[in-house]
Design a binder for this molecule. Structure first.
Ligand code: 13P
Ligand code: SF4
Length: 323
Protein backbone atom coordinates (compact mmCIF):
# COMPACT_ATOMS: atom_id res chain seq x y z
CA UNK A 1 0.00 0.00 0.00
CA UNK A 2 2.86 2.39 0.82
CA UNK A 3 4.50 1.40 -2.47
CA UNK A 4 1.30 2.17 -4.32
CA UNK A 5 1.00 5.59 -2.67
CA UNK A 6 4.59 6.33 -3.65
CA UNK A 7 3.84 5.30 -7.25
CA UNK A 8 0.81 7.60 -7.36
CA UNK A 9 2.88 10.52 -6.04
CA UNK A 10 5.58 9.81 -8.64
CA UNK A 11 2.98 9.87 -11.44
CA UNK A 12 1.52 13.14 -10.16
CA UNK A 13 4.98 14.71 -10.15
CA UNK A 14 5.73 13.41 -13.66
CA UNK A 15 2.43 14.73 -15.00
CA UNK A 16 3.35 18.20 -13.70
CA UNK A 17 6.93 18.03 -14.99
CA UNK A 18 5.83 16.90 -18.44
CA UNK A 19 2.96 19.40 -18.73
CA UNK A 20 0.72 16.37 -19.19
CA UNK A 21 -2.94 15.69 -18.45
CA UNK A 22 -4.54 12.27 -17.96
CA UNK A 23 -7.60 11.45 -20.07
CA UNK A 24 -9.18 8.17 -18.94
CA UNK A 25 -12.07 6.00 -20.10
CA UNK A 26 -14.64 4.61 -17.65
CA UNK A 27 -13.48 1.04 -18.32
CA UNK A 28 -9.91 1.47 -17.04
CA UNK A 29 -8.83 0.49 -13.54
CA UNK A 30 -10.32 2.48 -10.62
CA UNK A 31 -6.85 3.68 -9.62
CA UNK A 32 -6.42 5.43 -12.99
CA UNK A 33 -9.90 6.95 -12.91
CA UNK A 34 -9.22 8.31 -9.42
CA UNK A 35 -5.86 9.72 -10.50
CA UNK A 36 -7.41 11.45 -13.53
CA UNK A 37 -9.97 13.09 -11.25
CA UNK A 38 -7.39 14.12 -8.66
CA UNK A 39 -5.00 15.68 -11.17
CA UNK A 40 -7.43 17.79 -13.19
CA UNK A 41 -7.78 15.28 -16.01
CA UNK A 42 -11.03 13.66 -17.08
CA UNK A 43 -12.85 10.34 -16.95
CA UNK A 44 -15.31 10.16 -19.81
CA UNK A 45 -16.93 8.37 -22.74
CA UNK A 46 -15.26 8.35 -26.16
CA UNK A 47 -16.84 11.58 -27.38
CA UNK A 48 -16.07 13.53 -24.22
CA UNK A 49 -12.49 12.20 -24.16
CA UNK A 50 -12.03 13.56 -27.70
CA UNK A 51 -13.44 16.96 -26.77
CA UNK A 52 -11.50 17.23 -23.53
CA UNK A 53 -8.17 16.38 -25.17
CA UNK A 54 -8.72 18.87 -27.97
CA UNK A 55 -9.68 21.73 -25.64
CA UNK A 56 -7.17 21.18 -22.83
CA UNK A 57 -4.12 23.49 -22.88
CA UNK A 58 -1.54 20.83 -21.79
CA UNK A 59 1.12 20.05 -24.39
CA UNK A 60 0.97 16.31 -23.61
CA UNK A 61 -2.14 14.14 -23.43
CA UNK A 62 -1.85 10.77 -21.71
CA UNK A 63 -4.76 8.65 -22.86
CA UNK A 64 -5.66 5.70 -20.61
CA UNK A 65 -7.95 3.57 -22.73
CA UNK A 66 -7.53 1.74 -26.02
CA UNK A 67 -5.55 2.71 -29.07
CA UNK A 68 -8.30 4.31 -31.13
CA UNK A 69 -8.86 6.77 -28.26
CA UNK A 70 -5.21 7.84 -28.34
CA UNK A 71 -5.38 8.10 -32.13
CA UNK A 72 -8.51 10.26 -31.97
CA UNK A 73 -6.68 12.62 -29.60
CA UNK A 74 -3.80 12.86 -32.08
CA UNK A 75 -6.14 13.34 -35.07
CA UNK A 76 -7.66 16.34 -33.31
CA UNK A 77 -4.47 17.74 -31.74
CA UNK A 78 -1.48 17.04 -34.02
CA UNK A 79 0.61 19.62 -32.20
CA UNK A 80 0.29 17.75 -28.89
CA UNK A 81 2.34 14.81 -27.75
CA UNK A 82 -0.08 11.93 -27.21
CA UNK A 83 1.10 9.09 -24.98
CA UNK A 84 -0.62 5.93 -23.74
CA UNK A 85 0.28 3.54 -20.90
CA UNK A 86 0.59 0.91 -23.66
CA UNK A 87 0.08 0.95 -27.42
CA UNK A 88 -0.89 -2.72 -27.29
CA UNK A 89 -4.36 -1.92 -25.98
CA UNK A 90 -6.42 -2.69 -29.06
CA UNK A 91 -10.16 -3.16 -29.62
CA UNK A 92 -11.83 -6.15 -31.29
CA UNK A 93 -13.91 -3.81 -33.46
CA UNK A 94 -10.82 -2.02 -34.76
CA UNK A 95 -8.95 -5.32 -35.28
CA UNK A 96 -11.95 -6.82 -37.08
CA UNK A 97 -12.10 -4.06 -39.68
CA UNK A 98 -8.80 -3.86 -41.63
CA UNK A 99 -8.55 -0.78 -43.86
CA UNK A 100 -7.96 -2.72 -47.10
CA UNK A 101 -10.96 -5.02 -46.53
CA UNK A 102 -13.04 -2.02 -45.64
CA UNK A 103 -12.05 -0.31 -48.91
CA UNK A 104 -13.46 -3.33 -50.82
CA UNK A 105 -16.72 -3.20 -48.87
CA UNK A 106 -17.01 0.50 -49.62
CA UNK A 107 -16.38 -0.10 -53.32
CA UNK A 108 -19.40 -2.44 -53.38
CA UNK A 109 -21.65 0.42 -52.17
CA UNK A 110 -20.40 3.53 -53.93
CA UNK A 111 -23.69 5.42 -53.53
CA UNK A 112 -23.70 5.13 -49.71
CA UNK A 113 -22.65 7.72 -47.14
CA UNK A 114 -19.90 6.15 -45.05
CA UNK A 115 -20.42 6.38 -41.29
CA UNK A 116 -17.88 4.63 -39.07
CA UNK A 117 -17.75 4.04 -35.35
CA UNK A 118 -14.98 5.78 -33.49
CA UNK A 119 -13.64 2.30 -32.55
CA UNK A 120 -11.64 2.07 -35.82
CA UNK A 121 -8.14 2.78 -37.10
CA UNK A 122 -7.08 6.09 -38.62
CA UNK A 123 -6.94 4.40 -42.05
CA UNK A 124 -10.60 3.36 -41.77
CA UNK A 125 -11.66 6.79 -40.50
CA UNK A 126 -9.78 8.30 -43.46
CA UNK A 127 -12.27 6.50 -45.76
CA UNK A 128 -15.35 7.78 -43.92
CA UNK A 129 -17.69 10.70 -44.41
CA UNK A 130 -18.59 10.72 -40.71
CA UNK A 131 -17.15 9.29 -37.51
CA UNK A 132 -19.58 8.73 -34.64
CA UNK A 133 -19.43 7.51 -31.06
CA UNK A 134 -22.29 5.63 -29.40
CA UNK A 135 -23.55 8.82 -27.76
CA UNK A 136 -24.19 10.59 -31.06
CA UNK A 137 -24.77 7.77 -33.57
CA UNK A 138 -28.59 7.78 -33.56
CA UNK A 139 -29.18 11.54 -33.97
CA UNK A 140 -26.48 11.81 -36.62
CA UNK A 141 -27.93 8.95 -38.68
CA UNK A 142 -31.44 10.43 -38.27
CA UNK A 143 -30.07 13.64 -39.72
CA UNK A 144 -28.58 11.77 -42.72
CA UNK A 145 -31.78 9.73 -43.17
CA UNK A 146 -33.77 12.98 -43.38
CA UNK A 147 -31.50 14.03 -46.24
CA UNK A 148 -32.40 10.80 -48.04
CA UNK A 149 -28.95 9.26 -47.66
CA UNK A 150 -28.25 5.54 -47.77
CA UNK A 151 -25.69 4.56 -45.16
CA UNK A 152 -22.77 2.18 -45.03
CA UNK A 153 -21.97 1.40 -41.40
CA UNK A 154 -18.91 -0.23 -39.79
CA UNK A 155 -17.74 -2.08 -37.82
CA UNK A 156 -20.12 -3.01 -34.94
CA UNK A 157 -23.07 -5.03 -36.27
CA UNK A 158 -25.09 -4.78 -33.04
CA UNK A 159 -24.76 -1.02 -32.80
CA UNK A 160 -25.48 -0.77 -36.54
CA UNK A 161 -28.57 -2.94 -36.18
CA UNK A 162 -29.73 -0.82 -33.22
CA UNK A 163 -29.24 2.42 -35.18
CA UNK A 164 -31.07 0.97 -38.19
CA UNK A 165 -34.05 -0.17 -36.10
CA UNK A 166 -34.22 3.12 -34.19
CA UNK A 167 -33.91 5.45 -37.18
CA UNK A 168 -35.41 3.31 -39.97
CA UNK A 169 -32.49 4.44 -42.16
CA UNK A 170 -31.45 2.41 -45.21
CA UNK A 171 -28.18 0.86 -43.96
CA UNK A 172 -25.69 -1.83 -44.94
CA UNK A 173 -23.64 -3.19 -42.04
CA UNK A 174 -20.11 -4.51 -41.62
CA UNK A 175 -19.97 -7.75 -39.61
CA UNK A 176 -17.95 -6.87 -36.49
CA UNK A 177 -18.54 -7.13 -32.76
CA UNK A 178 -17.09 -6.26 -29.37
CA UNK A 179 -15.71 -9.28 -27.48
CA UNK A 180 -17.03 -7.89 -24.22
CA UNK A 181 -20.59 -6.84 -25.07
CA UNK A 182 -21.20 -9.76 -27.42
CA UNK A 183 -21.00 -12.03 -24.36
CA UNK A 184 -24.15 -10.74 -22.67
CA UNK A 185 -26.80 -13.45 -22.78
CA UNK A 186 -30.47 -12.52 -23.24
CA UNK A 187 -31.90 -15.67 -21.63
CA UNK A 188 -29.73 -15.19 -18.55
CA UNK A 189 -30.75 -11.53 -18.40
CA UNK A 190 -34.43 -12.51 -18.55
CA UNK A 191 -33.86 -14.85 -15.66
CA UNK A 192 -32.04 -12.17 -13.63
CA UNK A 193 -34.80 -9.63 -14.35
CA UNK A 194 -37.44 -12.02 -13.08
CA UNK A 195 -35.55 -12.11 -9.77
CA UNK A 196 -35.22 -8.28 -9.70
CA UNK A 197 -38.51 -7.08 -11.19
CA UNK A 198 -38.04 -3.49 -9.98
CA UNK A 199 -34.57 -3.01 -11.41
CA UNK A 200 -34.01 -0.78 -14.44
CA UNK A 201 -31.91 -2.38 -17.18
CA UNK A 202 -29.07 -0.30 -18.65
CA UNK A 203 -27.46 -1.54 -21.87
CA UNK A 204 -24.58 -0.35 -24.04
CA UNK A 205 -25.63 -0.61 -27.71
CA UNK A 206 -22.68 -2.87 -28.63
CA UNK A 207 -24.74 -5.65 -26.98
CA UNK A 208 -26.79 -8.21 -28.95
CA UNK A 209 -30.27 -7.24 -30.17
CA UNK A 210 -32.12 -9.52 -27.70
CA UNK A 211 -30.27 -7.87 -24.81
CA UNK A 212 -31.02 -4.36 -26.12
CA UNK A 213 -34.71 -5.36 -26.40
CA UNK A 214 -34.82 -5.75 -22.61
CA UNK A 215 -33.27 -2.35 -21.87
CA UNK A 216 -34.91 0.60 -20.13
CA UNK A 217 -31.99 2.77 -21.25
CA UNK A 218 -29.62 2.20 -24.20
CA UNK A 219 -26.69 4.57 -24.30
CA UNK A 220 -23.02 5.43 -24.20
CA UNK A 221 -21.08 4.92 -20.98
CA UNK A 222 -21.73 8.53 -19.89
CA UNK A 223 -25.43 8.21 -20.69
CA UNK A 224 -25.68 5.02 -18.61
CA UNK A 225 -23.98 6.70 -15.63
CA UNK A 226 -26.37 9.66 -15.94
CA UNK A 227 -29.30 7.20 -15.90
CA UNK A 228 -28.19 5.68 -12.58
CA UNK A 229 -28.06 9.17 -11.10
CA UNK A 230 -31.25 10.56 -12.62
CA UNK A 231 -33.68 7.66 -12.52
CA UNK A 232 -35.79 6.77 -9.50
CA UNK A 233 -35.29 3.00 -9.41
CA UNK A 234 -33.22 1.81 -6.42
CA UNK A 235 -31.71 -1.06 -8.43
CA UNK A 236 -29.99 -1.31 -11.82
CA UNK A 237 -28.86 -4.21 -13.97
CA UNK A 238 -25.90 -3.01 -16.03
CA UNK A 239 -24.87 -4.55 -19.35
CA UNK A 240 -21.48 -3.03 -20.11
CA UNK A 241 -17.85 -3.36 -18.99
CA UNK A 242 -17.63 -3.57 -15.22
CA UNK A 243 -15.05 -0.76 -15.05
CA UNK A 244 -18.06 1.56 -15.21
CA UNK A 245 -19.14 0.61 -11.67
CA UNK A 246 -16.51 2.90 -10.14
CA UNK A 247 -18.23 6.03 -11.49
CA UNK A 248 -21.74 4.63 -11.08
CA UNK A 249 -21.12 4.03 -7.36
CA UNK A 250 -19.71 7.51 -7.03
CA UNK A 251 -22.70 9.03 -8.87
CA UNK A 252 -25.30 7.11 -6.85
CA UNK A 253 -23.80 5.54 -3.71
CA UNK A 254 -27.16 4.46 -2.29
CA UNK A 255 -28.29 2.47 -5.36
CA UNK A 256 -27.81 -1.25 -5.93
CA UNK A 257 -25.87 -2.15 -9.07
CA UNK A 258 -25.98 -5.65 -10.54
CA UNK A 259 -23.78 -7.00 -13.35
CA UNK A 260 -25.70 -8.34 -16.34
CA UNK A 261 -24.90 -12.02 -16.96
CA UNK A 262 -22.38 -13.08 -19.62
CA UNK A 263 -21.75 -16.45 -21.25
CA UNK A 264 -19.18 -17.06 -18.54
CA UNK A 265 -19.37 -20.80 -18.98
CA UNK A 266 -18.45 -20.71 -22.66
CA UNK A 267 -14.93 -21.55 -23.78
CA UNK A 268 -14.73 -18.35 -25.83
CA UNK A 269 -15.33 -16.06 -22.87
CA UNK A 270 -12.01 -14.74 -21.72
CA UNK A 271 -13.22 -11.21 -21.06
CA UNK A 272 -16.51 -11.66 -19.18
CA UNK A 273 -17.58 -8.04 -19.09
CA UNK A 274 -14.12 -6.64 -18.71
CA UNK A 275 -12.23 -5.55 -21.77
CA UNK A 276 -8.85 -7.31 -21.83
CA UNK A 277 -7.26 -4.35 -23.61
CA UNK A 278 -8.61 -1.74 -21.22
CA UNK A 279 -7.16 -3.91 -18.44
CA UNK A 280 -3.64 -3.44 -19.86
CA UNK A 281 -3.68 0.12 -18.49
CA UNK A 282 -2.35 0.30 -14.95
CA UNK A 283 -0.33 2.57 -12.65
CA UNK A 284 2.97 0.87 -13.47
CA UNK A 285 2.58 1.14 -17.26
CA UNK A 286 1.45 4.75 -16.86
CA UNK A 287 4.52 5.60 -14.74
CA UNK A 288 6.83 3.88 -17.25
CA UNK A 289 5.32 5.85 -20.13
CA UNK A 290 5.79 9.14 -18.30
CA UNK A 291 9.35 8.29 -17.34
CA UNK A 292 10.40 7.38 -20.88
CA UNK A 293 12.32 10.37 -22.25
CA UNK A 294 13.62 8.63 -25.38
CA UNK A 295 12.62 10.20 -28.69
CA UNK A 296 10.41 8.87 -30.11
CA UNK A 297 8.95 7.57 -26.85
CA UNK A 298 7.87 3.92 -26.95
CA UNK A 299 4.24 4.63 -26.20
CA UNK A 300 3.80 7.76 -28.26
CA UNK A 301 1.07 7.90 -30.91
CA UNK A 302 2.31 8.64 -34.40
CA UNK A 303 -0.03 9.03 -37.38
CA UNK A 304 0.71 9.56 -41.04
CA UNK A 305 -0.24 13.17 -41.87
CA UNK A 306 -2.14 12.39 -45.06
CA UNK A 307 -4.38 9.83 -43.31
CA UNK A 308 -4.76 12.16 -40.33
CA UNK A 309 -6.11 15.00 -42.45
CA UNK A 310 -8.69 12.72 -44.09
CA UNK A 311 -9.71 11.21 -40.74
CA UNK A 312 -9.90 14.71 -39.27
CA UNK A 313 -12.59 15.80 -41.73
CA UNK A 314 -14.87 12.91 -40.72
CA UNK A 315 -14.09 13.32 -37.01
CA UNK A 316 -14.58 17.09 -37.04
CA UNK A 317 -18.03 16.61 -38.62
CA UNK A 318 -19.01 14.57 -35.55
CA UNK A 319 -17.80 17.29 -33.16
CA UNK A 320 -19.57 20.00 -35.16
CA UNK A 321 -22.80 17.97 -35.18
CA UNK A 322 -22.55 17.29 -31.44
CA UNK A 323 -21.87 20.93 -30.59
P1 13P B 1 -18.41 4.89 -25.11
O1 13P B 1 -18.20 5.87 -26.21
O2 13P B 1 -19.84 4.68 -24.78
O3 13P B 1 -17.59 5.26 -23.90
O4 13P B 1 -17.95 3.45 -25.62
C1 13P B 1 -16.64 3.12 -25.96
C2 13P B 1 -16.41 1.67 -26.00
O5 13P B 1 -15.38 1.21 -26.42
C3 13P B 1 -17.46 0.80 -25.51
O6 13P B 1 -17.07 -0.51 -25.54
FE1 SF4 C 1 -13.41 -2.38 -27.99
FE2 SF4 C 1 -15.24 -3.74 -26.70
FE3 SF4 C 1 -12.99 -3.13 -25.48
FE4 SF4 C 1 -14.82 -1.21 -26.03
S1 SF4 C 1 -15.04 -2.94 -24.63
S2 SF4 C 1 -12.62 -1.08 -26.35
S3 SF4 C 1 -15.59 -1.96 -27.99
S4 SF4 C 1 -13.19 -4.48 -27.27
Amino acid sequence: EAERAELVERIKRLLRERDAVLVAHYYVDDSLQRLADETGGCVADSLEMARFGKDHPASTLVVAGVRFMGETAKILSPEKRVLMPTLEAECSLDLGCPADEFAKFRAQHPDHTVVVYSNTSVDVKAQADYVVTSSIAVPLVEHLRDQGKKILWAPDKHLGDYIRRTTGADMVLWDGSCVVHDEFRSWALEDLRSRHPDAAVLVHPESPREVIHQADVVGSTSQLIAAVKDRDEPEFIVATDKGIFYKMREAAPDKTLIEAPTGGESATCTSCAHCPWMAMNDLVSLANTLEDTAEPATNKIFIDEDARLKALTATQRMLDFAA
